[in-house]
Design a binder for this molecule. Sequence first.
Ligand SMILES: Cc1cc2nc3c(=O)[nH]c(=O)nc-3n(C[C@H](O)[C@H](O)[C@H](O)COP(=O)(O)OP(=O)(O)OC[C@H]3O[C@@H](n4cnc5c(N)ncnc54)[C@H](O)[C@@H]3O)c2cc1C
Length: 267
Amino acid sequence: MSGHHVDEREISLESDVYNARLVRRVDESDELGYFWVKFDGEPTPFEPGQYMTIGVYADGKLVQRPYSVASAPHDAGTDGYEFYVRLVPVPRFTTLLWRLPVGHGMRMIGPKGKFILEPDDERNHLFVSTGTGIAPFISMIRQTMAEGRPRKTVMLHACSFADELGYREILEGWERDGTYPLQYVPTVSRPTDPRNAGWTGRVGRAEAVVGAVCKDLGLRPDRTVVYICGNPEMILNVERDLMDRGFPEFHVKKELYWPKGKPSVPA
Ligand SMILES: Cc1cc2nc3c(=O)[nH]c(=O)nc-3n(C[C@H](O)[C@H](O)[C@H](O)COP(=O)(O)OP(=O)(O)OC[C@H]3O[C@@H](n4cnc5c(N)ncnc54)[C@H](O)[C@@H]3O)c2cc1C
């Protein structure tokens, strides 16, 4: 599956436009990884939910893509900006990113994006994501936790396989010890696959379970704000389901990771 070894483009180790560096990476699996990119100079402030665009030169061209920041703004000067990325096995950007050793120069610009929390929002927060779409929510929780202004949150995270539930241990820890007023609801969409053997949590795609989650956890349309991030089909399906349940349009915010109509992994 991981086809990055077939990407033979020459990546420039240094370039005049590089202004940042890959300072750390943790490979969760062949296809999922956490990457920390730090500016060589002063960090740029951002709001949780926003994204940065990172890139490298390969075969003389700057190849770059946007990524939601998963870390909190206050860590940018020390640890850099954390990103949670899925390898897409076609030679575009992620196949280059996967080949980068720690210390490699990069280009980073930003922040951009309006997928941010409303100030002083007392409503319940329902965060819905697929795969790496959980990243902005991790930043939001880290920041509101650091500010001492946590928000009552339900985190619905859908993946094909339980071993793809990024940030699971951290989220379970926050929920268990009450560090954050969080209800973590992971769901797997392929329950009969051997990779999910032993899974006892919810099953089904995000759009299939979101209604039951709202009902079971008492999330009322008039008292809940919903943020949805990741796969565009999921986002539109979840939004439609919530509208049918009486959620007003302005209670739903969306961040699409790629244009509607494209499969999650291109053929
Ligand atoms: C605002 C914004 C924030 C983003 N944040 C993240 C992030 O935090 N983590 C992340 O992994 N990606 C994120 N993406 C997607 C990212 O920018 C790239 O598109 C992705 O990493 C694939 O890059 P690529 O160059 O290899 O392939 P591309 O040419 O960019 O994409 C090819 C195809 O891969 C599929 N694809 C793209 N992203 C994903 C994904 N995350 N999971 C599964 N399939 C995908 C789609 O079918 C897309 O058409 C974000 C996109 C946007 C617009």
